[in-house]
Design a protein around this ligand. Structure first.
Ligand code: ADP
Length: 256
C-alpha cells in the first residue's frame, strides 16, 4: 500500500488530501519464489552428476591411471551421468519452450488412435525390460482432437512410461481411448502399482516434485515429466485427472 499526498487542484481547502493506491504483490512474490526455487532445484540436479564426474576424472587421472578394470567401470558410470544430465537439459528446454508458447492453443487435427499405437510401440523395449504388458484399447474409427502431434506424443509417453516404471513389475498397464468425431476424447492410463499417498497427489505435477527422490533417480527420472505434461495439456485446453489408491494402483485421465 502506498500513501501519497495528492494535489486535487482547486486551492487549499484547509485539509490534506491523500491518494491511496493498493497493489496485490502476493501473486508476484509467489511467482518470484517459484522461479528461484526452480533455479535452485535445477542447479542442484545438475551439480550432483557434475560433482560425481569430477570425482571420477580425478580418480582416472590418479589412482586408477593404470587400472584397466576400474577404468572400464568408471567410464560406464560417467556415461550414465552424462546421459542423465542430457535428459535433464532436454526436459528443462522443453519446459521453457512450452512456457513461451503457453498462450497459443495448437490446432492441427491429430488422430489419437495411431498416435497411441505409435507411443505404445516406442515404449515396447522399456516395457519388456520391466516385464510389463501395455494393453491398448481404442475405437476402430479415428478420434481426432485439435493439437500438436509431437507434444501429445510427449504427454502419453510420459504417462505410460511412468505407469510402467512406478507400476507393478510383471503386471500390466491399460491404456484406453474413448471419443468420437466431435473433438472430445478421453485417454485413461491405469497401472496396478503401489499407488501414490493422497497428500502427494496434488503436488506431483510440480517441477522436481517426486514422492521418492531415490526411486525416481534410479528409474532415470528427472522430476520434470509431469510438469511438462501439465503445461502441454493446459495449452491444449485439456484436463489431467489423477486418481490413486494405495496398494491398488493409479489412474491418469486426460480429457480433451
Ligand atoms: P520422474 O521423472 O521422477 O518420473 P514425473 O514428473 O514424471 O517425474 O513424476 C513425478 C513423481 O510422481 C515421480 O517421481 C513419482 O514419485 C510419482 N509418480 C508419477 N507417476 C506415478 C505412477 N503411475 N505411480 C506412482 N507414482 C507415480
Amino acid at each position: 500500500v502506498r500513501v501519497a499526498p495528492a494535489d486535487i487542484g482547486g486551492g487549499d481547502f484547509g485539509r490534506r488530501v491523500f491518494l491511496l493506491t493498493y497493489r496485490d504483490i502476493s501473486q508476484a512474490r509467489r511467482i518470484d519464489r517459484m522461479r528461484s526455487d526452480f533455479v535452485a532445484n535445477a542447479s542442484h540436479e545438475l551439480r550432483t552428476p557434475l560433482a560425481s564426474l569430477r570425482g571420477f576424472i580425478e580418480t582416472l587421472q590418479g589412482p586408477a591411471r593404470n587400472d584397466l578394470k576400474a577404468q572400464e567401470k568408471f567410464f560406464g558410470i560417467m556415461h550414465e551421468q552424462v546421459t542423465r544430465m542430457s535428459r535433464l537439459v532436454d526436459d528443462l528446454l522443453s519446459l521453457s519452450r512450452l512456457e513461451l508458447r503457453s498462450h497459443i492453443a495448437p490446432d492441427e487435427p491429430v488422430d489419437l488412435v495411431p498416435l497411441l499405437g505409435h507411443v505404445r510401440d516406442g515404449l515396447a523395449p522399456l516395457a519388456r525390460d520391466l516385464d510389463v504388458t501395455i494393453s491398448l484399447e481404442a475405437p476402430e474409427t479415428p478420434v481426432v482432437v485439435k493439437g500438436d502431434r509431437d507434444e501429445l506424443i510427449e504427454v502419453f509417453e510420459n504417462l505410460i512410461e511412468n505407469a510402467c516404471k512406478y507400476g507393478q513389475e510383471g503386471q500390466k498397464v491399460d491404456v484406453r481411448l474413448t471419443g468420437g468425431g466431435d473433438g472430445q476424447a478421453e485417454v485413461v492410463v491405469t497401472d496396478y502399482g503401489p499407488g501414490i499417498p493422497a497428500e502427494h497427489v496434488p503436488r506431483i505435477t510440480e517441477r522436481f516434485y517426486r514422492v521418492n527422490v531415490e526411486a525416481s533417480r534410479s528409474k532415470k527420472g528427472t522430476g520434470l515429466g509431469l510438469a511438462i505434461v501439465k503445461h502441454i495439456l493446459t495449452r491444449h485446453r485439456a484436463r489431467l485427472l489423477i486418481h490413486s489408491e494405495i496398494g491398488k494402483g493409479t489412474v491418469f485421465t486426460v480429457r480433451f
